[in-house]
Design a binder for this molecule. Structure first.
Ligand code: SAM
Length: 201
């Protein structure tokens, strides 16, 4: 049985963490801004290279792993990139804590955890609810780029996009190549571009 004191302490920590994230993001993005968001950025290989190639774009990498974000931050500090930020957070918590004026020009989801067992599919990031939350901060020029080496996840993600009222599958080529840690371990991969159908924000 759950210990009510431990449960209450856990809830208090989660609430505090979310509040801290909110105020951190309010300070980081004091004005309306369009950003490139990488979900589950791992060690930051992709976004660090992307930010070097696109100094005019604000880039934000988010990962739930403290250790991976620490490594990513070391990359950013070494490269002295003012347009690049790495944040340790869960993706939905990050979305929830973002100031209202922050929108997405692009979203990258590269080699997300595949959760192969059916009963774990609910843990996958590519879900209709997630796409709705992202669409609420997107416009007609927003693209979501998804890449995986796990073909069943690729097929499911494509279906989720096809069936979502705010997104459609695009035929555009992949805009920026930079091998990630998981890409370097994969024998092959599949890429999907989703185009937002919502009106301009
Ligand atoms: C398989 S790794 C891929 C890392 C990197 N994108 C790459 O290609 O090397 C998946 C990453 O997503 C992160 N992750 C998983 N679920 C997450 C979530 N809900 N919010 C934020 N990060 C998440 C994990 O910590 C892990 O770093």
């Amino acid at each position: 049985m759950d210990n009510p004191i431990r449960t209450a302490a856990h809830l208090a920590r989660v609430t505090q963490r979310r509040q801290d994230l909110k105020s951190f993001l309010r300070d980081l993005f004091p004005k309306p801004l369009s950003v490139v968001w990488e979900v589950g950025c791992g060690h930051g290989h992709f976004l660090a290279a992307f930010a070097v190639a696109h100094p005019e774009l604000a880039c934000v990498g988010v990962d739930i792993s403290v250790d991976r974000i620490r490594r990513a931050m070391r990359k950013r500090d070494r490269a002295k990139l003012p347009n690049l930020h790495f944040i340790n957070a869960e993706a939905h918590d990050f979305l929830d804590a973002l100031p209202e004026g922050v929108s997405f020009s692009a979203i990258y989801i590269l080699f997300p955890d595949p959760w192969p067992k059916r009963r774990h599919h609910k843990n996958r990031i590519m879900q209709p609810g997630f796409l709705s939350l992202v669409a609420a901060r997107s416009g007609p020029d927003t693209r979501l780029y998804f890449r995986t080496d796990y073909e069943p996840y690729f097929r499911d993600a494509e279906l989720v996009v096809r069936e979502h009222p705010s997104w459609k599958v695009g035929r555009e080529s992949w805009p920026f190549e930079q091998e990630t840690v998981f890409q370097s371990r994969a024998l092959s991969h599949h890429s999907l571009t989703a185009i937002c159908r919502v009106g301009p924000r």
